[in-house]
Design a protein around this ligand. Sequence first.
Ligand SMILES: [Zn+2]
Length: 435
Amino acid sequence: MEKEHFYGRLIIKSKLTTIEQKQFENVVDRLPTIINDQCQRCRQIVTGKIRLAGAEKYCIYCQQLGRISEDDELWTINEPNDFNMVKNWDWPGKLTKPQMQVVTEILSHNQKHLVWAVTGAGKTEILFPIIWQGLKQRKRIAIAAPRIDVINELFPRFKRVFPTVTMCAMHGAIKDQYAYTQIVVCTTHQLLKFKAAFDLIIVDEVDAYPLSGNQMLWSAINNACKNNGRQIWLSATPTTTLLKQVRQISYLPLRFHNFLLPECKITLVNRWQHNLKRGKLPAFLIKCLKNFTINGLPFLIFVPTIEDTQAVLQSINKYFPNLKVMAVHSRDIERINKILALRQAKIQGLVTTLILERGVTFPDIDVIVLGAEHSNFTVTSLLQIIGRVGRKLSRPSGEVYFLTNYYCLKLYQVKKLIKKINTKAQIMGGRKYEL
Ligand SMILES: [Zn+2]
């Protein structure tokens, strides 16, 4: 282990070897793990009801990142920003006028800033000049998001644009050794391992589970940020609570290609779950699948539960044995490979739970929500699902079907919101795309 591993980090003493402890004990700041019953890593209150065999208190909230008990220590060294000057970056793209406007707004002050950008507005691209500005000032930067899929999607994009900058990805499924890098792309959970490390923390999908309303993860973000550091939050569907927390907000209702968000079509499919148990698919869904076999376009079918993914997949296989479709959900260990298979056109469609509502981009995709009436689909998640469609210039729109047992208020709310966003986008020059 190198000294730089301690820069801006919280490392548990007992996880180091005896040799490492001897080597670093005089160069690190040694912090207590629990003060006044508060865990110094995740800031949760340690009640002490559950104790170790030696009766020591320990924190049950952050133990997935390595257990810390009261007889241990957290070792750290102040972040020194020990980075080489970055000379160049590599982004051949060009920002649109509305995107440029957001960049100017962000760079015009130093406070917390929320970017409220419609799905497909190109919010990652907006970050490139902001990050470049920070790198030139030798700043250490974290790009964090609540979910692993988003990290897997973002990391290679930043690596391409800043090829000479030291950069690492961190999330629960990566077992690689930690390296001290200027940019860290990580899940918000991983920020618990840092202390005053970053001059800039960008939090993508700031309204998404599990970050939304999670006090521990918000503490992690605030503790990982330096006292004079800055946070930029990104969201397509911010909650009112989030909107109240920031003074500086940029709103971007127009997608990067200047075409409007696709409108959703609502279709009644009576007793779909009852029929599905008998291996039957709704006639409208069969019609859509027939179209897919003809046009060859990729598709996502969202269903409310994990059980539904299997039942729908089995029925599709029965009706359309030649259609290459897979099912995916949060507990599926093959999920990354399945997403890749769709991206590489090895399969044509995925039957999925809400796990793919956000953060993933598939070109030319159409989406169907089967059981849109189900309480698992909220207004926010349905808006996110619509946002999967028309992300690329090759096909800047697509079909969105909500198949529902009955008409319900939220479906009309979604329709109304899309109309509102599109009206604002039209004022900025947005156009409707005819399929
Ligand atoms: Zn803790």
